[in-house]
Design a protein around this ligand. Structure first.
Ligand SMILES: [Zn+2]
Length: 143
């Protein structure tokens, strides 16, 4: 048995309590623990979970999630076991090494495959264009 399994089981219970009315989260948390008990091959770096697909492991299919979206077949559903497992692993990592997690969050400009391209902080704005991160119209409050 993996030494971290009891920690993850307790975190799964906490996840289920936090989402007590969400049946998809209840199911996903249980399935995440069941999948973890099968000792899957995975890599978690604090911002992304890559895990060998349970149903397509023989074909070498990897599932990738950033906790928000997921490449699995259930990725379109509100929740899946991979995203639940991501949350459990992230919560455990926060307990073990919050500085590592903070560093990974700072390094991650956007969740994988989501949103607009990152703002180039070093780009010099054109004349009249606000610098990155500054609002276009500042309130006229005397300052
Ligand atoms: Zn998934």
């Amino acid at each position: 048995m993996d030494a971290t399994a009891p920690t993850l089981a307790i975190l799964a219970s906490a996840l289920k309590i936090e989402h007590i009315a969400d049946q998809s989260m209840q199911r996903a948390a249980d399935n995440a623990l069941r999948h973890l008990a099968a000792d899957p091959v995975y890599d978690f770096d604090g911002s992304e979970l890559r895990i060998l697909s349970e149903s397509e492991a023989g074909a070498g299919v990897w599932v990738v999630t950033d906790g928000v979206g997921c490449t699995c077949k259930g990725g379109k559903h509100p929740m899946c076991k991979h995203r639940a497992l991501f949350r459990l692993l992230l919560a455990r990592e926060v307990l073990l090494d919050p500085l590592y997690v903070r560093t990974r969050i700072i390094e991650q400009v956007l969740p994988a495959n989501y949103g607009e391209p990152p703002i180039d902080e070093d780009r010099i704005p054109a004349f009249g264009e606000p610098a990155a991160g500054f609002p276009l119209n500042l309130p006229d409050d005397g300052w």
